[in-house]
Design a protein around this ligand. Sequence first.
Ligand code: ZN
Length: 269
Amino acid sequence: MALHKTEGIILSSADWSESSQTLNVFTPDCGKISLTVKGSKKINGKRGRALKFSRLEFSCYIRGEKASGYLSDVDPVEVFMFEKDGQLGRLTFASAALETLNNLLEAGEPQAVCYQITLSFLRMTDSIEKKRLPGLFAGYILRLVSLLGFRPNLVGCAGCGKDIRTVVAEDETLLLSIERGGMVCGSCRKKMPGENSLIGLKPDFHARLVRLMEASLVEASKIPISLSDLNLMVDILTTLLKFHAGTMKKLKSFDFLDKLSKAVKTYGG
Ligand SMILES: [Zn+2]
């Protein structure tokens, strides 16, 4: 095995014994890889804290299939401390984002754009005003889902292709089909017997999702979204991903509602 130098972000870590640990690391060139850490190299205590939400430089030995190997050395390049006002909220959104990423990434598939967006998300989570965190998180998750190939079609009807906003009355609830991975209009709905996993979206919520989907991270962070709407968005995406990707587990640190409600307290509203 040759020594490989790369950078990455730790997605999760698991201790197997006093002397052995496994890290899931997201790298731009090899995608998600699993690294075994032996003995004194183990990441814990003070060192673990500094490494958790950081851009790191890794020296590692990777096996042929490129999805696993051994850690030789690790050094922080950029550390996100989340020390500004609303620290708990910042930590909550950052951990929920990395957990979602860990669930969705396939081992060994390079995702360079997704890696850069994740770094931008962490930098912004560290620096922006706390009231902009929910919009940023929503924008990041929608971007992530799109980049990994699970973008729901929120505009064109999955049956007839018409812009869904032009075929329903202004205040009418819009229908999202889980099976079709997108919106369906009323008349196409009638032609889809047997498909019944439909979620009704209020027009203003739908409009906000469309805006967030089309926004850059900076733009998304300026779009106000309530925590109940954010939670609804996460629920819808989780249901879609469970159906289409099969890999999406219900987020464990998610107890999202619970985490979000704690986060709310930290931004006082
Ligand atoms: Zn239609």
